[in-house]
Each structure stands twice: as C-alpha cells, then as structure tokens.
Design a protein around this ligand. Sequence first.
Ligand SMILES: C[S@@+](CC[C@H](N)C(=O)[O-])C[C@H]1O[C@@H](n2cnc3c(N)ncnc32)[C@H](O)[C@@H]1O
Length: 307
Amino acid sequence: MSDTKEHELEADIWSEWLLNGRHGRDPDYKPIMRAAVAQIRDRVLDGARLTSGMRLLDVGAGDGLISFEALRRVKPPFSVVLSDISTPLLKHAESVAAALGFHGQCSFVQTPAQTLAGIANESVDVITSRAVLAYVDDKPSALRSFSRVLKPGGRVSLADPIGQDAAVHLAALTKVLRSEPVNSSTPFVSLLQRWRALQTPSTLDEIRSNPLTNFSERDLVQLFRDADFVNIHMELHIDVKTAPPIPWSTFIEIPPRPGALCLREIFEQHFTAVEISVFERVMREDVEKGKLTSQNLNVYLTAEKRA
Ligand SMILES: C[S@@+](CC[C@H](N)C(=O)[O-])C[C@H]1O[C@@H](n2cnc3c(N)ncnc32)[C@H](O)[C@@H]1O
C-alpha cells in the first residue's frame, strides 16, 4: 500500500465523512469535534489495558484515531494492525503513521470485520474498535472473527453508538404525523420529521432492517455471550449536552454519519424555498448561539476470549 498518492485516490463514503463531513469542512469546528471523539477514544483505550509487548488489532481503524493514541501510550515493543474496508482511509492512515514516526510499528490490512481475512488465527493480544460494529450487518460473524484472531485470554474493548432509541422516537412521531393532517401549528414539526427521516430509519420496518438501529446495548452483550466471550462488561453512557455554537453554514454541511445526507442536500433535494425559510427561522439562532441540546447514547464493552 505505498505507491498511490493520497490525492489520486477516490474518496469513499467512509473517508469523505471521517476526513471532511463530520466537521463540515470547517477547520475551526474540527478541533471541537475531535475533542468530543477523543473522550470516547480514551475510554476504549483504558478498557484495552495495553502493555508493552502486545500486538493490537484496531478493527475499522479509519484515520487511526485509536491506533495512533495507542502507539503514543505504549512503549515499544508494541505493534498495531490497522484493518479497514476503505482503501483511501488505509492509505491516509499509512501516510499519517509515517509522518508520526510509527510506520515501523504498524501494518495495514484491507479486510471486513465480518471475516478479518488476512489476519492469522490467535495472532493478536487485543482488539479495539470504535463506531464500526454498529455498521456491520452480520455482527455474529464479526464476533466469531474477533475470537478467531485473538490469542486465548485476549481482550476486546469497543465503543459504539446506540441509535435504536432515537429511531423509535422518530418512528412514533412519523406515525402520529401520518395519521393526522399537518395543521398550521405543526409545519415545523413536520419539517423536523422529514429532515430526520431522510437521515435515520423512521419506521419499525426500517429500524429492524438497518444494522445501526436493529440492536440495543443488551443485544450487544448477548452477541458476545453467543460468541463465547467471557468477563463481559458493558456500560451505556447517555450524554445530554448543549451543543457548542456552530455557524449555520457549517451545521448544514455535517451529515450525522457516513453516507447520510447533510441538511444542505436535504434543502436542495427535498424542501421548497418556503420550507427552508420556516426551518431556518426556527433552528438557526439556536444552532449559532449554542442552544441546541443533543442526546447521545454510547455503549462501551470489554470482553475476553476464554483462556
Ligand atoms: C465511523 S468510522 C470510525 C473510524 C474509527 N474507528 C474512529 O473511531 O475514528 C467507521 C469505520 O469503519 C470502517 N468500516 C465500515 N464497515 C466496515 C466493515 N464491515 N469492516 C471493517 N471496517 C468497516 C469504515 O471504513 C470506517 O473507517
């Protein structure tokens, strides 16, 4: 993975979101977003209990958020396998590893979490993963692969967003709005529902068929039990926070996740000029003055392969 230059690689939904979309291409917003993600990264790494001499596999490593902090934390000998399905992200991570002086301690494997093909049986001490399993359709296969590549007694530490609760609330709102005609007091609620439904599953059928919403934190524990992991510990963190002030021009460029539409695209493709102005009149000041409240659910899970 070394002779194609980064700018020659076509972006995919994963690289586009991780490298640009999640901060709306706004360099001033990037450090604010990074600081929020770093808190999750640090909790995952604390759960991994890394020590010198280990080999870590970071599944769905992305731009190397977890891998490079692990390399900063642990003295050599210590090595990291960065695995991902995204070629542009693996290339990007490889160039960052070289710039940080970590290249000799890293290897890069393009492989899905469901198989981890190319990673030998019982070859890693620890697996970390953040915001990856949630996107994987066949979670049981991924966990069987985790178990296959871990050494006996090896550890998993991961974090994933739990999207089910918000989607169920949206589905309830969708049902109400479908059964009652929109009246003059509900135009904004209706726009809110349409905005969210263009980004998130909004019916029970969609919730059941989408890997992001068809599992709860308790299901994740059961999946690890089914894959014969032991010493499983799960914590659900619910954070209700006031969002920092964000320029409207940045806010409308941020999709909630890879592959999702941003608000600007929703405006362009799905809203009329009148609807955009109603929406903006209600939302813009709250966004720019930092008055929006967000509720995030994250599951943290650690587990061990039987010794
Ligand atoms: C939301 S990003 C998280 C990236 C990184 N773990 C982080 O914390 O910044 C999801 C990552 O998972 C990767 N990914 C998506 N589906 C995958 C799969 N089935 N197997 C392995 N990686 C996958 C994407 O390419 C992307 O790098």
